[in-house]
Design a protein around this ligand. Structure first.
Ligand SMILES: O=C(O)c1ccccc1N[C@@H]1O[C@H](COP(=O)(O)O)[C@@H](O)[C@H]1O
Length: 225
């Protein structure tokens, strides 16, 4: 379900995997599945307009079972919150979008026994280099844009200079996030060759309101390359 597949000749690049994040409604989940996204993201962060309760996530998770992998997004969450969400929503992946250290990420990976992704906010080469310290501690880093102080640490529709991660070859798997939309994702992929792309606000009609047509258009733009 989560492996990239090849189209065209033997030299073709694998089709990047797609994560649609911030899903709150069954219809949006179905739209992501129909569009062949590999991952559906559920946000467990009360300040976010995309926040879901564990009960809501559990219902979405049951619908997703066997059809799309479930990613739980957390921001500096404590063990109790993580444990409750992992169990209720039967999460397949933990996405850490706060200030979690490599040690904390490794601890959570060992504790829950599922892959851990770490989002890193990027505005400079130094920020990208931070990925090295997560090698061996996480299964993937997600390069995302820095957001203004006092706002959400992600999900703001902001992008960074993609040249900073062009053809990035680091010691850990990676993905690209931040301000990706149906209109710019092909350009982002041309420049970066990211193996996974992650979007949230780029497929919404308003903060927290997913748009099925935009989900389909985003996935088509990725898969058409
Ligand atoms: O989506 C949110 O509300 C959110 C809240 C807190 C941390 C991260 C969040 N979203 C993630 O941010 C990136 C980029 O999002 P966008 O495409 O720019 O809207 C992505 O990984 C989201 O899942």
């Amino acid at each position: 379900m989560t492996g990239g597949h090849y189209i065209g000749d033997d030299c073709a690049m694998p089709t990047p995997e797609i994560k649609i994040c911030g899903i709150r409604e069954p219809g949006s989940l179905d739209a992501a599945i129909r569009a062949r996204a590999a991952f559906a993201g559920f946000v467990f962060f009360p300040r976010s307009p995309r926040n879901v309760t564990t009960a809501e996530a559990a219902a979405l998770s049951a619908r997703a079972q066997g059809r799309i992998a479930r990613v739980g997004l957390f921001v500096d969450a404590d063990d109790a919150m993580l444990g409750e969400a992992v169990a209720a929503a039967r999460l397949d992946v933990l996405q850490l979008h706060g200030k979690e250290t490599p040690e904390r990420a490794a601890q959570l990976r060992a504790r829950f026994g599922i892959p851990v992704w770490k989002a890193l906010s990027v505005a400079s080469e130094t920020d990208v280099a931070r990925a090295d310290s997560y090698a061996g501690a996480v299964d993937r880093v997600l390069f995302d844009a820095k957001t203004p102080a006092g706002t959400l640490p992600g999900g703001m529709g902001l992008s960074f200079d993609w040249k900073l991660v062009a053809n990035w070859k680091g010691p850990v798997a990676w993905g690209l996030a931040g301000g990706l939309t149906p209109d710019n994702v092909a350009q982002a992929l041309d420049l970066t060759a990211a193996p996974l792309v992650d979007t949230s606000s780029g497929v919404e009609s308003a903060p927290g309101v997913k748009d099925d047509d935009l989900i389909a258009a985003f996935c088509r733009a990725v898969q058409a390359r």
